[in-house]
Design a binder for this molecule. Structure first.
Ligand code: PLP
Length: 382
């Protein structure tokens, strides 16, 4: 039995989602773009899913474009905005964005366009003065994530959108980690474009969506077909889209009760860690965070060693940093907060889901402290 506390990496598919997807992976295998009804009937299922995703975001169905996930949605938004107005090809984003945004920003810069990276404060919140000073006449888009994947810190998206609009720029948010965990409303937040990904909310991998506010015309990102009104070419992933729709509906239905429950479990986990692991520090403890995410520094103990020992006990957590992907560098997100590389390499991220139980949290609180204690004893830093 695994105890899975790595839900910011990906989540398990909800049984309701799988049930809804299965017919499209078996007997209903037609192509929705076909003339015959065996395929074209599926357009109704796709449109129903679009309505459900729109309801999750407070959007209209015609403002939703289905994509292959968060990465594609982010690329589509940023590269699309770059091309809207030749006088405003510039981008402003922040240092702590996901690589899907940061590497696209690098690309935009390589094309000779101005790119600004806003700083964050030492508590992880967005530095609004820095954001303002990054924006210039040439900035066509400001992109600030709604919640950070490593720390769970929630960014002041509505405020950032207001600043962007006052300075004549559009506003995009990567809400991949936020949707289903906190309420999202594109209208009241002044959001022009928003990215989501199904596999972070108990849907399937390889499907997501980009909300594009009505009236914003960005050029298509994928070429080669008329799907999604020409905005996103490629044969429809009907099973995935239907799965995303059901995942969105479940998120709407369970949002407050589920997140209240997850929040209590997170409190129990954090409280237990602070009590049993002297010196542990919760990143962003005093600022607004997702109810499912805790990143903890166990100073003196390398996270890779802790993860390995937890893995041997069937407990899955993440370091939340780049070293988990094997390139050896420490987290740029924690570094942007002024946490040095030695401390950043002691960070462990625990991310819970609707399926996390109190028993699992208690089990982690039994297994983890002796591991930390043992590693402290042999640590050269402790
Ligand atoms: N944006 C954020 C904040 C993420 O956490 C992730 C995935 O980890 C992505 C974008 C990429 O989403 P996908 O895996 O659907 O491409």
């Amino acid at each position: 039995m695994k105890i899975y506390l790595d839900n910011n990496a990906t989540t398990r598919i909800a049984p309701e989602v799988l049930d809804a997807m299965l017919p499209f992976l078996t007997e209903r295998f037609g192509n929705p773009s076909s003339f015959h009804s065996f395929g074209s009937d599926q357009m109704e299922d796709i449109e129903a899913a679009r309505e459900k995703v729109a309801a999750l975001l407070g959007a209209h169905a015609e403002e939703i474009v289905f994509t292959s996930g968060g990465t594609e949605s982010d690329n589509m938004a940023l590269l699309g905005a770059m091309k809207i107005n030749p006088l405003k090809p510039g981008l402003v984003t922040s240092r702590i964005e996901h690589p899907a945004v940061l590497e696209t920003a690098e690309y935009i810069k390589s094309k000779g366009h101005p790119v600004g990276l806003a700083e964050v404060n030492s508590n992880g919140t967005l530095n609004m003065d820095s954001l303002e000073s990054c924006i210039s006449e040439q900035t066509g888009l400001v992109s600030i994530m709604m919640a950070n994947n490593e720390t769970g810190l929630i960014m002041p998206v509505a405020e950032a959108a207001l600043i962007a609009h006052e300075r004549g720029a559009l506003f995009h948010t990567d809400a991949v980690q936020a949707v289903s965990k906190i309420p999202v409303d594109v209208r009241s937040s002044g959001i022009d474009m928003l990215s989501i990904s199904a596999h972070k909310l108990h849907g399937p991998k390889g499907v997501g969506a980009l909300f594009i506010r009505k009236g914003i015309e960005i050029p298509p990102f994928m070429l080669g077909g008329h799907q999604e009104k020409g905005m996103r070419a490629g044969t429809y992933n009907t099973a995935g889209i239907v799965g995303l729709g059901v995942a969105a509906s479940l998120a709407v239905r369970h949002l407050s009760e589920e997140n209240g429950r997850t929040g209590l479990l997170l409190e129990r986990l954090e409280g237990g860690i602070l009590e049993k692991c002297p010196g542990a520090v919760i990143v962003g403890a005093d600022v607004e965070r997702l109810p499912n995410t805790a990143t903890v520094l166990f100073r003196g103990v390398e996270s890779e060693a802790v993860m390995t020992l937890l893995d041997m006990e069937g407990i899955c957590v993440s370091s939340g940093s780049a070293c988990s992907s094997g390139d050896g560098s420490s987290s740029y997100v924690l570094s942007a907060m002024g946490i040095d590389a030695v401390d950043a390499n002691t960070a462990l991220r625990f991310s819970l889901s609707r399926y996390t139980t109190g028993r699992e949290i208690d089990c982690v609180l039994e297994v983890l402290p002796p591991i930390i204690e043992k590693l402290m004893e042999i640590s050269p830093y402790a």
